[in-house]
Design a protein. Structure first.
Ligand code: MG
Length: 380
């Protein structure tokens, strides 16, 4: 029986994690939950899971929760990690704010199931150090990385030729760069294959998300960037692949449902029964299409490789600029292509720190957001 602390409980991954936990009352006990500002949804979760003892919420309102301890305010996740008795942390927070909880849990000696890719994009250097010091583990929840993690069971680390991360191409994959100038927020938010949160849907359309995933893969699987490749695969049926040095390519297929990767991360190396509404039926699957990645069409992916290779604090800048730019796009203050411009300029202007600490990364994140707002003449 694993005791679970879940961060980001009311979001898309959080909700699906709750479903996985509900399906396995013999394997999991949910002991703590945290959320940002959805206090009504969080209250409902606490009512549905009487095993919850500790609750954290960023929003400081007077919602009451039926549990032993409630932590409110910006420090709530760290408070919960420090004061909750749990075995496994599921970090389903969106954004840079997910980094510190990842570090805090590893420091406490508790493994992390990671859906918060920013922990690695912005803070990979610190997370790597912490993993080495504490001999803890990260289990990937991101579908591509879960796929790779599963494929890697087929061979040894030194036999890997390369990872092949698949990319659907996002909402605008059939549009040329010229056509991108006039796209709307609504169009950007309709992803062809996956139903996800707003930020990641926009990040998929700019291919920033795939760039994040390349950096994530580098840290998760301890491989150099020239062994991490990407390919366009419109159907998102193959979630990713690993090619070994004997030329065997192992792929993992599945439906567009995050519960499988969530459960695999939480149960590794076991594979208990999982009930899914629409499991993949090969006979209904028409085709698997692949296309070579186009770095001119998707410059953010190219930039991610550069940022990843230089390491230091550049990932924190890349992510901070993106978080801010996506927000401005959703508020219709900048256009879709100006998201890319924001990130490019912010990374160019970033003061490079080779060996950053957490304070340096927080400052880099703050400065990147400030830079983007200033760049578009907005209030700081
Ligand atoms: Mg993904």
């Amino acid at each position: 029986m694993k005791r679970i602390l879940l961060l980001g409980a009311t979001g898309s991954i959080g909700t699906q994690t709750l479903d996985v936990i509900s399906q396995h009352p013999d394997l999991f006990e949910l002991v703590g939950v945290c959320a940002g500002n959805q206090s009504a949804s969080l209250k409902k979760i606490v009512e549905d899971f009487p095993t919850i003892k500790v609750v954290g919420i960023a929003k400081e309102d007077d919602t009451e929760f039926a549990c032993d301890q409630v932590y409110r305010g910006s420090d709530n996740m760290i408070q919960c990690i420090q004061n909750c008795d749990y075995d496994l942390l599921v970090n389903a927070v969106v954004g840079f704010r997910g980094l510190e909880p990842t570090l805090a849990s590893l420091k406490k000696g508790k493994d992390v199931c990671l859906a918060n890719k920013e922990s690695l994009v912005a803070g990979g250097v610190l997370v790597r150090k912490m993993l080495q010091e504490t001999h803890t583990h990260l289990y990937p929840i991101d579908s591509e990385h879960s796929a790779i993690f599963q494929c890697l069971q087929a061979g040894k680390h030194d036999e890997i030729k390369r990872l092949i991360i698949t990319a659907s191409g996002g909402s605008f994959r059939d549009k040329s760069r010229d056509q991108l100038n006039t796209v709307t927020v609504k169009e950007a938010l309709s992803h062809p294959n996956w139903n996800m949160g707003k930020r990641i849907t926009i990040d998929s359309a700019t291919m920033v998300n795939k760039g994040f995933e390349v950096i994530e893969a580098h840290f998760l699987f301890d491989l150099p960037y020239d062994k991490i490749s990407t390919v366009l695969h419109a159907q998102s049926l193959i979630h990713s692949m690993v090619e070994f040095q004997d030329q065997a390519i192992i792929a993992q297929l599945g439906s567009a449902d995050m519960r499988m990767p969530i459960q695999y991360a939480m149960c590794y190396p076991d594979r208990p029964i999982l009930h899914e509404q629409h499991p993949l039926d090969m006979t209904e699957t028409l085709t698997l299409d692949f296309k070579k990645m186009d770095y001119e069409r998707f410059p953010m992916l190219k930039l991610a490789y550069e940022v990843g290779r230089k390491e230091g604090n550049l990932g924190a800048c890349f992510n901070g600029a993106d978080e801010q730019a996506v927000l401005l796009f959703l508020e219709e203050k900048i256009s879709f292509t100006q998201i890319e411009e924001s990130i490019q300029k912010a990374v160019e202007a970033c003061e490079y720190i080779k060996d950053p600490n957490l304070a340096d990364l927080k400052e880099t994140d703050r400065k990147a957001r400030q830079f983007v707002r200033k760049y578009w003449g907005l209030e700081i």
